[in-house]
Design a protein around this ligand. Structure first.
Ligand SMILES: Cc1ncc(COP(=O)(O)O)c(C=O)c1O
Length: 385
């Protein structure tokens, strides 16, 4: 096999990382000049920016009245672990996992919190656990979109409206790209660095009235560090949900988030963002359908992620070959056509291409021939070796 010719067109933006994700197409550092730098986040100007960030987040996501939205430390991890540590242990629980991050939450429940009555349900990469078998009267920890396997929860229909347990959902690679059924979610967390292309280190936690009720009626048996504490004297610390953050946020990141939200509104709000991700992912799915050597890692089409699209090479000669997949990824990177598209370190060998709304469809269309090129170029190098 001779080395194939390089495609004619390159993606204008080669950033297809699954986090931090591509900035919104309108992003420019100069657009952040209104950030109140060097001022206290507790001054009126800082507090009003934080409140604006909370209000506009709730509005863009369609969070129902009565739910609380807060900005908390340590990105999605901080938001999710704060929920686990604050809420679990009040009743039996289940932790569900079908990829690396969900497995991390299982470790927290089993090895760190050492929950006495916790059932673990796990599925292999590409699969999802049987959601119909879950006992939703327990507290349920799960990830809406498994970023490292490209497997998502199809919808919330399986979650009963009259459940007794709380649903604690890590939605960091789903929020702003997939419909989240708020009435079925008691705690939802995400980071700015994902779908909207914001900055890392700041997390968002969304609480349903039932989650607030639990927080105000239950005190865990274990100590809580200050950055996890959502209550004081048995009452929700309401300030957290009005912009009085637990500790100091970056006002530059807040300004960047406001810019991302404004861009989200400009492309049609939540529906526009979901459509963009769907259309982006379709470009990759069409490419996969047209080539018999590559496939989605996610098996069931209903679970195919429209953000973190994970792909595996299926030719038996290279399937599961991590060195081969790495060589393809390196070639794409060396050509400057795709950065950070290797599969996650714990996931099966392959490629992972972010398709969230900040990525332009034209860039994905330009990338597909390059994947074909890189795949065949590495194959021919192997043959020649
Ligand atoms: C599903 C999921 N959960 C948690 C995280 C951790 O997010 P962060 O680094 O923003 O805390 C990630 C990051 O990729 C993720 O994809």
């Amino acid at each position: 096999m001779s080395a194939p010719a390089t495609p004619a067109t390159r993606p204008a933006n080669p950033r297809f990382s699954s986090g931090p994700c591509a900035k919104p197409p309108v992003f420019a550092l100069e657009s952040l000049s209104d950030a109140p730098l060097g001022r206290s986040h507790r001054a009126a100007v800082g507090k009003s920016k934080l409140k604006q960030a909370i209000d506009e987040t709730a509005q863009l996501l369609g969070v129902p009245d009565g739910y609380k939205v807060g900005i908390v430390p340590a990105s999605d991890t901080g938001a999710y672990e704060m929920a686990m540590w604050s809420l679990l242990g009040a009743r039996p629980s289940e932790t569900l996992a079908w990829e690396s991050f969900g497995k991390g939450w299982v470790t927290d429940a089993v090895k760190q919190l050492k929950l006495a009555e916790n059932e673990v349900r796990e599925a292999e990469y590409g699969e999802i656990v049987d959601l119909a078998a879950v006992d939703w009267n327990k507290d349920i920890c799960f990830t809406w979109n498994g970023t490292t396997s490209g497997v998502r929860v199809p919808n919330g229909d399986v979650i009963p409206a009259d459940r007794e347990g709380l649903t604690i959902c890590d939605a960091t690679s789903a929020a702003f790209a997939q419909d989240l059924p708020w009435d079925k979610l008691d705690v939802t967390t995400f980071s700015w660095q994902k779908v909207m292309g914001g900055e890392a280190a700041h997390g968002v936690i969304v609480l349903s009235p039932r989650a607030v009720e639990r927080l105000e009626s239950y005190t865990p048996a274990w100590p809580l560090p200050k950055i996890f504490r959502l209550t004081k004297g048995g009452k929700l610390i309401d300030g957290i949900f009005k912009g009085e953050t637990i500790n100091t946020p970056s006002m530059l990141c807040v300004e960047d988030w406001l810019l991302a939200l404004a861009w989200g509104r400009s492309v049609g709000g939540l529906k526009g963002l979901i459509d963009r991700a769907d259309q982006n992912a379709q470009v990759v799915w069409d490419f996969v359908a047209a080539n018999d050597w590559i496939d989605n890692l996610a098996v069931d089409k209903a679970t195919w992620s429209n953000t973190s699209v994970c792909l595996k090479f299926t030719d038996p000669a290279v399937a599961g070959d991590a060195d081969f997949a790495k060589a393809v990824q390196k070639k794409l990177e060396a050509e400057g056509v795709a950065y950070d598209v290797g599969s996650y370190r714990d996931a099966p060998a392959g490629l992972r291409i972010w398709c969230g709304g900040t990525v332009e469809k034209a860039d994905l269309e330009a990338l597909m021939p390059w994947i074909d090129w890189a795949y065949h170029a590495v194959l021919s190098e192997r043959e020649a070796a």
